[in-house]
Design a binder for this molecule. Structure first.
Ligand SMILES: C[S@@+](CC[C@H](N)C(=O)[O-])C[C@H]1O[C@@H](n2cnc3c(N)ncnc32)[C@H](O)[C@@H]1O
Length: 636
């Protein structure tokens, strides 16, 4: 894997340096602060309204309620952190690679993660049967938070809530403040060992206890039965504790979190043998390409797996009015399936699904005859891969909340650098794809009456609003004037975008106590008031009513930082509740700068929600899929 010094393996999966933490991700090269880790960012999958689609039939009042827990929840990120919050009403995001494999260690957060980018891989919804079948959210990059030595384990920030909400599952992982307190404890402990405030007495070995007694005492402290996060933050060995009294816990932890390159080459698995690129297969989107020569039977990539016991949890339902007059799911109407299903392995005789989550394996496409790789169960990595789970019935996995299975993609022949990696997804998949190709109908943009995607309100005509253009396209166009409501009658924006203005809608409390006052507010847009980080900084839907040319308004407009030539007036219709009273207000705001008017993507309009989008899990062959998991009758 690492035979060329000019092309070393950049990333490894290996046993974490944190005891009992399973897998860890390690860098195969040293990194400078700010440097991209690996070759590209990771792919992200939106899972939408998952609580609602799996809610009890009495339903929730809104799609944001409820708390359906499936194994992928442990690997999910907040949509806002990934830049995907406008995809749907309720959305959580699964990210492969750095989004799933590294551990979190609050003293060693050496890897910083960024947002994903929308890119449809050239699959146009009006012309390609592949549109909507792949994730358009890619390249969520990770960079080094500081200079990192080769062989270091990489840690990302899961956020404290992740651990605070899972004490039973993951033990008491120390948070940043626990390390502070543990460091304080160590200072006192050092003073006690020397019976002196001068910690140099420790170095000079003026301690009141023998080495052996010190080690015993430390083991009593560490092994005391009532676990706390502070105690977990203390170094494991007495030797490290003494070092940490002088340096700090972080220095000791950094040293302990480095594995030698020899160890990684021998015991780790390289996750840098493939990168995404445009697939050689029509309508497939992206594919995975070899970054180096991979010999026959060599490892293409390891694939740790999240298991899901019931594939029905990926079903997405239509809506109906429920017993409490709220919108609940209609059990008899499966409208679609979560996109992530296309990236999971399954078997026609089983309800189980497996999601491979290491870097770039999600990009591996299918070819029924030209496949050059296959899947097999990992034979080593006992600290993670539970071979005995292959004998367990499906019910066992319903209560298993952490992953513990690993497949490997292995080369069936020598693979040259730059070759696309292909596997065989199986006959069922091929049949489903052939069927999809036969039935898929191209719908021209003129027939786009906001009716191509699920859960959007159809219109009877497109009024010229046809075509799918992402908000980002409008937002990056500094030149073109934003159209007023009047202009939009003749020249509307597409259905999929909405204009919003950054305006502070708060006002004097005296008004709120006198709602009989005509709730109309008119004023100029003010930087300090409307774009104030201490304020609410919220965008609200707005109607652009007027446009001014800044040349007519100001002599020195070009000195303005905002080089857009225009300013705008807008009307905002706001609904508020105050002490159970609903108040409708109109805010007329004049002279709004371009930067305070943004286009937003409307929920349920992106390719994932296309009604005709292809959905089918990838198949694992009979010889690989465990018999014990075949809980469905065999189809003829
Ligand atoms: C695991 S993903 C592979 C990566 C995907 N191509 C991408 O761009 O993210 C599986 C999906 O890729 C597409 N795909 C894979 N092999 C294909 C093929 N032979 N023909 C058409 N589409 C294919 C299908 O949309 C399938 O559901």
């Amino acid at each position: 894997q690492d035979d060329s010094s000019s092309n070393p393996c950049l990333l490894y999966l290996a046993q974490s340096t944190i005891p009992h933490a399973g897998l860890g991700m390690f860098t195969g090269t040293s990194l400078h602060q700010g440097q991209l880790i690996g070759r590209v960012g990771d792919i992200a999958f939106p899972t939408t309204d998952q609580d609602w689609h799996n809610s009890p039939l009495s339903g929730f009042a809104s799609k944001n309620e409820g708390d359906y827990h499936w194994p992928l929840t442990n690997y999910d990120w907040h949509a806002k952190d990934i830049g995907m919050e406008n995809e749907a009403e309720d959305i959580s995001v699964t990210v492969t690679g750095f989004g799933a494999a590294p551990n979190c260690h609050f003293r060693l957060l050496n890897a910083e993660e960024h947002q994903a980018h929308y890119d449809g891989a050239g699959l146009d919804r009006y012309t390609s049967p592949g549109a909507g079948a792949i994730s358009t959210w890619i390249n969520r990059t990770t960079t080094a938070a500081w200079d990192i030595e080769e062989g270091s384990e990489l840690f990302v920030d899961y956020g404290p809530n992740w651990f605070l909400s899972r004490p039973g599952v993951f033990g008491l992982v120390p948070l940043a403040e626990n390390y502070e307190r543990a460091q304080g404890f160590l200072t006192r402990y050092g003073q006690m060992l020397a019976l002196s405030d001068d910690l140099n007495d420790l170095v000079n070995d003026r301690m009141i206890l023998s080495d052996e007694a010190q080690a015993d005492l430390w083991s009593v402290i560490k092994n005391f039965p009532y676990v706390t996060r502070e105690r977990q933050a203390l170094p494991d060995s007495h030797k490290d504790a003494i070092r940490a009294i002088f340096g700090d816990i972080q220095t000791v932890e950094v040293e302990n979190s480095i594995r030698s390159m020899d160890y990684l080459k021998e015991h780790g698995k390289c996750v840098d043998n493939i990168v995404p690129g445009n697939s050689t297969i029509p309508h497939a989107g992206r594919g995975a390409f070899a970054t180096r020569f991979i010999p026959k039977n060599g490892l293409v990539a390891p694939a740790p797996l999240v298991h899901i016991a019931d594939k029905a949890t990926t079903n997405m339902f239509g809506e109906m009015i429920g017993p409490n007059m709220n919108v609940v799911r209609n059990e008899s109407e499966i409208l679609g399936k979560q996109l992530i299903l296309n990236y999971m392995f399954g078997h026609p005789n089983s309800t189980m699904l497996l999601f491979p989550y290491s870097s770039n394996v999600a990009f591996i496409n299918h070819h029924a005859t030209k496949y050059n790789a296959k899947l097999q169960w990992t034979k080593d990595f006992d600290f993670f891969h539970h071979a005995d789970w292959l004998e367990k019935p499906v019910e066992f996995f319903e209560d298993q909340w952490t992953s513990g299975l690993m497949l490997e993609y292995v080369a069936l022949r020598d693979i040259q650098p730059g070759e696309e990696i292909l596997i065989d997804y199986g006959e069922e998949w091929q049949q489903a794809w052939d069927e999809h190709m036969k039935n898929w109908e191209a719908i021209p943009p003129e027939k786009d009456f906001n009716n191509l995607t699920l859960w959007t309100e159809k219109t009877s005509s497109n009024r010229g609003k046809a075509g799918y253009v992402r908000a980002e396209v409008f937002n990056s166009d500094l030149k073109t004037p934003i159209r007023t409501v009047e202009e939009q009658v003749y020249d509307p924006y597409p259905h999929c975008v909405e204009l919003q203005c950054l305006v502070s809608i708060g006002h004097d409390a005296s008004y709120l106590h006198a709602p009989q006052t005509i709730p109309l507010f008119k004023r100029m847009w003010l930087e300090e008031r409307d774009n104030n980080a201490d304020g609410d900084l919220v965008f609200h839907p707005c109607n652009i009513t007027w446009r001014y040319n800044k040349r007519d308004l100001y002599n020195d407009w070009e000195e303005d930082q905002d080089l857009h030539e225009f300013e705008y007036d807008a009307e905002l219709n706001i609904r508020k509740t105050f002490e159970d009273v609903i108040i409708h207000e109109t805010h007329v705001i004049t002279h709004i700068p371009w930067k305070a008017i943004r286009f937003f993507n409307r929920p349920y309009t992106s390719d994932v929600f296309l009604k005709q989008a292809f959905r089918h899990e990838m198949g694992l062959p009979d010889g690989v899929w465990p018999k014990a998991w075949m809980n469905l009758p065999r189809k003829e």
